[in-house]
Design a protein around this ligand. Structure first.
Ligand SMILES: Nc1nc2c(ncn2[C@@H]2O[C@H](COP(=O)(O)OP(=O)(O)OP(=O)(O)O)[C@@H](O)[C@H]2O)c(=O)[nH]1
Ligand SMILES: [Mg+2]
Length: 455
């Protein structure tokens, strides 16, 4: 297999850049490119050591670097790995990479290091997918979730289901082949009860998917309301950045403006939207259509009301009721309180009201607090519960669950044991797919192509 190399750190300027090399010739290629200061070339005795030296291309010194050597199988990929840490200029890093390529390495494809780790049995597919999720984690919760999956907790759970099924299949097959000998330790009823328990376990895991997915992708929160009520001003104030255009003209925002808002460990996709009103203008009408779509799928809708309006909220009422789903979580941001001094209502349309001024910042802390509270109470998770968050894994588990249900329907009538085994085998194949044990190449290509080069 080729020895691969790539820059593992992000593009751009930084303190250091790391160039990773993996494969049987890693040591050889690096010895040709890297001259240790101590004069003795890199060799196996440098395993798990760092060595200072220079990367040279012909007679030219490219940079002073530190080489770290990890001999296989005790490395990330399971192969020999050398990591060269050079100064963090993109120009220097690509010069170092070119030197390694000239000396026999091939440029790695996206995710190829992790794919090799998977192929060498260092990670299963669930863990490999968790590596990507961890790289892409945008908040404390999503990072914790990815890390728990990377540690193998989820894989062990799925292996547990797999093991139960293997035992069941073995029992049934023994019975089918030697029906006269009493090899079975279990009665058919006991077997069925055990399968039911496993099936219940899968169901419980599948039920965690929505929460896991939400944690991984972040919650969504939409600011909605009539034109000119201050949605964009409020979005900018929450973000601490001038993301949306604000003007005194009604109908300023025409499109969905998406931003990522961090609320102490939780990550929220915040949408500023076009104000809800009937408009002849096709651009604005399309904006309103998009607003309604965003509201219906949001985890939280914040109805922004202009407290300074002559009759605040009267018109918004119909619009908002039309836009939201019956059980949707909502808060009212009673905005522009700096312009109106009579006390705000405690609730509006039965929705709790938070008085704010997007302009002066009054009430923003309370609004942030309420947003976080509502989003976090949508789930009952203790924080450390095992969660499913990957769609590919969920779909395969669902297929396994269905196949098991079919088997459990067939089992009680003894004559159909063979058919039941077929269904249990289908379920076993699906478990194998989740963990990457029987996964077709196209699926693996799809999984690993989502990674960046260098990982
Ligand atoms: N006094 C005061 N003015 C505000 C406040 N929030 C927004 N405004 C003003 O209200 C006007 C409209 O603000 P925007 O944030 O553009 O309102 P919007 O709801 O996004 O409006 P559209 O995009 O047209 O739907 C601007 O002149 C803002 O400066 C506030 O809390 N107090
Ligand atoms: Mg706006």
């Amino acid at each position: 297999m080729d020895t691969i190399a790539a820059i593992a750190t992000p593009a751009g300027y930084g303190g250091i850049a790391v160039i990773r090399v993996s494969g049987t010739k890693a040591l050889d290629i690096c010895s040709r490119s890297f001259a240790p200061r101590r004069r003795r070339p890199l060799d196996c005795s440098d395993d798990r050591r760092v060595v200072l030296g220079e990367v040279r291309r012909g007679s030219q010194t490219i940079d002073r670097c530190v080489a770290s050597l990890f001999l296989g199988p005790n490395s990330y990929t399971g192969e020999n790995v050398v990591e060269l840490a050079c100064h963090g200029s993109p120009f220097v890093a690509s010069h170092v990479l070119d030197t390694l390529l000239e000396n026999g390495a091939r440029l790695a494809e996206p995710g190829e290091f992790t794919r090799r780790a998977f192929e060498n049995g260092k990670l299963d597919l669930v863990q490999a997918e968790a590596v990507l999720d961890l790289i892409l984690a945008h908040g404390e919760q999503s990072a914790r979730l990815a890390l728990s999956q990377l540690s193998g907790q989820l894989s062990r759970r799925i292996e547990g289901f797999q093991q139960e099924l293997i035992t069941a299949v073995a029992e049934i097959q023994a019975f089918l082949e030697f029906p006269d000998e009493d090899l079975s330790t279990e009665t058919p009823q006991a077997l069925l009860t055990r399968l039911k328990t496993t099936s219940k376990g899968i169901e419980e895991l599948l039920e965690t998917y929505d929460e896991g997915r939400q944690i991984q992708q972040g919650y969504s929160c939409v600011l909605v309301g009539d034109v000119n009520v201050g949605k964009s001003t409020l979005a900018n104030a929450l973000l601490g950045a001038e993301r949306s255009i604000v003007t005194p003209l009604p109908g300023t925002t025409r499109d969905l403006v998406e931003s990522r808002l961090k609320l102490q460990g939780i990550s929220v996709l915040l949408y500023d939207t076009a104000g809800l009103r009937n408009s002849e203008c096709p651009v604005e009408a399309e904006g309103v259509r998009r607003t309604l779509g965003a509201v219906s799928s949001a985890d939280l809708a914040i109805l922004v009301i202009d407290a300074a309006a002559k009759d605040p909220g009267w018109e918004d009422r119909l619009l908002f009721e039309k836009a939201t789903q019956p059980k949707q979580h909502c808060i009212v941001a009673w905005n522009k309180v700096d312009l109106r001094h009579d006390p705000p209502p405690g609730e509006f349309l039965g929705i709790p009201v938070v008085p704010v001024s997007a302009l002066t910042g009054t009430g923003l802390e309370e609004l942030r607090h309420q947003i976080k509270k509502i989003l976090l109470t949508q789930h009952t998770s203790s924080g450390e519960r095992l969660l499913l968050s990957n769609t590919r894994q969920k779909n395969a588990l669902q297929r396994a669950h269905k196949a098991m249900a079919r088997a459990m329907e067939i089992l009680p009538s003894r004559g159909d044991y063979e058919l039941a085994v077929e269904d249990l085998q289908v379920a076993l194949t699906e478990f194998g797919r989740v963990l990457g044990k029987v996964t077709p190449d196209e699926i693996l290509d799809q999984v690993f192509s989502r990674f960046c080069i260098g990982k």
